[in-house]
Design a protein around this ligand. Structure first.
Ligand SMILES: Cc1cc2nc3c(=O)[nH]c(=O)nc-3n(C[C@H](O)[C@H](O)[C@H](O)COP(=O)(O)OP(=O)(O)OC[C@H]3O[C@@H](n4cnc5c(N)ncnc54)[C@H](O)[C@@H]3O)c2cc1C
Length: 493
């Protein structure tokens, strides 16, 4: 069977690309998704249960390379289900500040400046309306008040320019059900008829390129062909992986693995970005209330040096113990605990994704090189976050809640020890991006041009978080959705 276009990966961006293309009159679109459908699956749709998906059957659960300056035990969750990570995540919703897209444009992503992306965010927010978190949790209210006492004004996220301050998040959820891209754009699947063929449980193993043009894909079940384009939306690990398996990437690496080179693109898999996240955890002197939407309802932004145009440090505040890396490292934990998790909002360390072998069933190799940027920026911001967490904890509003600091523990005070602690026990906010970055077609390390076309191969685009040239200051899911909207508009003009 031949389609107009084939969308590979029905995740955050891919579900939107497929739905928008299938809305066109007479469309014949194929959407191939590695995981199962999320339709009617309460495990996925119930937002509050999101932590239960970690390391389960709907999680690719990728391992990373040892990290000499970070935590090599981090397990990178990736939703293997329709909706992708938007079916797995905690639905914290942000439209990033304009400065992030000004930075994209300055890095060669012409047409991705703040005014260019704004209409596509508007389209997303029409389909995915955001809701305010109600300030019901008394422990959360105490944190917000303590942050205000420490000098951070209350913010209304997404409704005023992002600045140093504290606030309750907006979420892409309705009545406790996540508004993932699949819920908002694809459900009910039966509405599409012949216009959209959704094949779940179908892992694409390679892109078929003939005469320099992508004409279809290979899966374990066989081949699928299209007259138009193949749009790869497999996310920041699996999009570069699929390009590499298809012979698009650094020629020497491909030859070494015995893969025929279709296009020598040295940037495929490079520029791996993330938000590394530390934890300062406290045992609570009171029972921590369970009233919550998803346990992490509050954010704080700060500027760690003077003269910045935008915060460079973010905190999530969780009304739960966050001990997945502190407990194995020997730090105490508690049933009633709360956590402040500083993250480096615009981390500069850059990692890499590459192939373990030419066998498409082998998971990719992933090296974040956390905390290796040459000027020590990421370590400095993280350390500033640990100090700030303690300053907030000392404010009167939190005093009645604090029994003791569990990790790193009050005895740890010098910067070298605090840095060693926070890097060794760091987690990720699960925001990998950047591995097929958009840029000027003459830029040797760009993978896609500003129209998201893979440079050097016709009929092939990438549309997901892998195209980020630089990390957004805020959580990236709504931006991945914006990329889906933008990509659909670009396909076919
Ligand atoms: C646990 C967790 C919590 C998070 N919390 C938040 C949050 O609260 N707010 C926020 O903004 N961001 C959050 N994020 C990050 C955010 O969800 C992601 O950055 C974003 O959803 C990525 O979108 P994507 O389209 O790039 O990739 P994905 O959504 O991962 O989509 C990729 C899709 O491709 C499929 N796929 C992969 N390979 C193949 C293949 N070869 N063949 C066929 N299909 C394939 C996958 O199964 C998946 O469905 C979180 C992420 C995780 C994992």
């Amino acid at each position: 069977m031949t389609f107009d276009h084939i969308v590979v990966g029905g995740g955050t961006a891919g579900a939107i690309v497929a739905a928008r293309l299938a809305e066109r009159p007479g469309a014949r679109i194929a959407l191939l998704e590695a995981g199962p459908s999320d339709e009617g699956d309460a495990r996925v749709l119930t937002l509050r249960d999101w932590p239960d998906l970690l390391e389960g059957p709907l999680d690719f659960d990728y391992r990373i390379e040892p990290q000499p300056r970070g935590n090599g035990a981090i397990r990178h969750a990736r939703g293997k289900v329709l909706g992708g990570c938007s079916s797995h995540n905690s639905c914290i919703a942000f439209v990033p500040p304009d400065r992030d897209f000004a930075d994209w444009a300055a890095r060669g992503a012409a047409g991705w400046g703040p005014a260019d992306v704004a209409p596509f965010f508007d389209r997303v927010l029409e389909k995915v309306p955001l809701s305010d978190v109600e300030p019901d949790n008394a422990c959360g209210r105490a944190f917000v008040q303590a942050a205000e006492q420490a000098g951070f004004p209350l913010q209304r996220f997404n409704r005023e320019p992002l600045r140093s301050g504290v606030g309750w998040f907006q979420l892409n959820q309705r009545g406790g059900v996540r508004l993932s891209s699949s819920v908002a754009y694809l459900h009910p699947l039966k509405q599409w008829g012949d216009r959209l063929t959704v094949r779940t449980g179908e892992m694409v193993r390679g892109i078929i390129v003939e005469g320099g043009r992508a004409v279809g894909v290979r899966t374990d079940a066989g081949e699928l062909r299209c007259d138009g384009e193949v749009i790869v939306c497999c996310g920041a690990f699996d999009s570069p992986r699929l390009l590499l398996l298809s012979g698009i990437g650094p020629a020497d690496d491909l030859k070494r693995l015995g893969i025929d080179v279709i296009a020598d693109r040295p940037g495929v898999g490079e520029n791996l970005l993330d938000h590394p996240e530390g934890v300062v955890m406290f045992e609570s002197a009171r029972e921590v209330p369970t009233a919550t939407t998803q346990f992490w309802e509050i954010g704080l932004f700060a500027e760690t040096v003077d003269g910045l145009d935008c915060p460079d440090l973010m905190f999530h505040f969780g009304t739960v113990p966050f001990d997945m890396h502190t407990a194995p490292a020997g730090y105490p934990t508690a049933t009633h605990a709360f956590s402040m998790t500083p993250n480096v909002a615009r981390a500069r360390s850059q990692g890499r994704v590459w192939l373990r072998s030419a066998d498409p069933k082998d998971p990719p190799r992933i090296d974040f090189r956390y905390f290796t940027d040459p000027d020590g920026h990421d370590e400095r911001v993280m350390l500033a976050g640990v100090h700030l967490a303690r300053r907030i904890a000392q404010q009167p509003a939190l005093a009645p809640w604090i029994a003791r600091e569990l990790a790193p523990g009050a005895a740890v005070t010098d910067d070298a020890a605090l840095s060693a602690y926070v890097r060794r026990t760091a987690n990720t906010v699960y925001h990998p991006a950047g591995t097929c970055r958009v840029g000027d077609a003459r830029d040797g390390l760009a993978v896609v041009d500003p129209a998201l076309r893979v440079i050097g191969v016709d009929g092939l685009r990438v549309a997901d978080a892998s195209i980020f040239p630089s990390m957004t200051t805020t959580n990236p899911c709504i931006t991945a959705m914006m990329i889906g909207e933008r990509a659909a508009a670009l396909v076919g003009g």
